[in-house]
Ligand binder design. Structure first.
Ligand code: HH2
Length: 285
């Protein structure tokens, strides 16, 4: 399977992609404030590339539970100097983590290749912006960050979310966005209980069956903290375990704050997955 993001075409058969997280925010749940200054953000982006990130997911708005939207003008004020500098690095494939079509359009103008939209085209102008050629991540969220963790409810979380993502995929295609440019994401932690998150990871094949690359972001999230009873700065091993399971189950792109450690864990999980694929291939005598 391939994922086309403007001039980049990723071959997802060979190995999963690593998407490094770069939050230019004062309030993100795990690293808020650490990379808020442009110089710190640029240095961290370069560090993630050195560690092997295939993409940098650059965001200026926290979507942690309870957070409020950040106006487009403020998002852009935070993003512009960082994107402008990182876009000069030939290794960088830049993804902009925004639900605002205005911000996405400006980021694409500066050279970003991917729009990571946690509202899956919630902004009515987003489809037209993405149709200009970018890669697009469509993520599922029940509710909004302000209210999503109040009382999430599903009949059957993986099946409900797969159906919803299939619908958004259709909407995107009808807006002129080629299927080969779209990746799908169940939105771990976005309007989901601990059980919902575990079920999604346990039944990821219901999403891979939709025929598009599946992106999974578990890094440092609260379900890991709940299972281990650990704060956000002690969730690396739990994040790696969940990421390895996701890759074994077919995730093609993993979103992480810890690129170096995740690259190592993903390599092992992907090797075991490849061995399973080979074992199921017909044997020639
Ligand atoms: N998770 C977060 C943000 N954006 N995008 C996608 N596609 N998938 C995810 O799972 C996802 C995402 C939350 O993580 P982080 O950016 O570290 O936190 P915050 O939203 O507080 O900035």
């Amino acid at each position: 399977m391939r994922w086309r993001c403007r001039d980049r075409v990723f071959d997802l058969e060979s190995r999963p992609l690593l998407m490094g997280v770069l939050n230019i925010t004062p309030d993100s749940f795990s690293d808020g404030g650490r990379f808020f200054a442009p110089d710190a953000a640029i240095a961290h982006g370069r560090r993630l590339l050195d560690q092997g990130a295939d993409l940098l997911d650059v965001g200026a708005e926290s979507t942690r539970p309870g957070s409020e939207p950040v106006p487009a003008a403020e998002q852009w004020r935070r993003l512009e100097p960082v994107l402008a500098e990182l876009a000069r690095d030939p290794r960088a494939c830049l993804s902009v983590d925004t639900a605002s079509a205005e911000v996405a359009e400006r980021a694409l103008g500066l050279g970003a290749q991917v729009v990571n939209d946690v509202t899956a085209l919630g902004d009515p102008r987003m489809a037209a912006v993405a149709a200009a050629g970018a890669g697009l991540v469509l993520m599922h969220m029940q509710g909004t960050p302000a209210d999503m963790q109040r009382a999430p409810r599903y009949e059957d979380a993986p099946a409900d979310i797969a159906r919803w993502l299939q619908g958004r995929l259709e909407v995107a295609r009808q807006a002129g966005i080629a299927g080969e440019r779209i990746a799908l994401d169940p939105g771990i932690g976005f309007g989901k209980t601990l059980e919902h998150n575990l079920e999604l990871l346990a039944r990821l094949e219901i999403l891979t069956a939709l025929g598009r690359p599946v992106l999974v972001g578990v890094s440092r999230k609260s379900f890991i903290g709940r299972l281990l009873d650990l704060p956000v700065d002690q969730r690396l091993e739990g994040s790696l375990a969940a990421t390895a399971v996701a890759v074994f189950s077919g995730a093609a792109i993993v979103r992480t704050h810890d690129v170096e450690a995740t690259r190592r864990a993903v390599r092992i999980a992907a090797a075991i997955r490849a061995a399973r694929t080979r074992a199921h291939e017909p044997r020639h005598s």
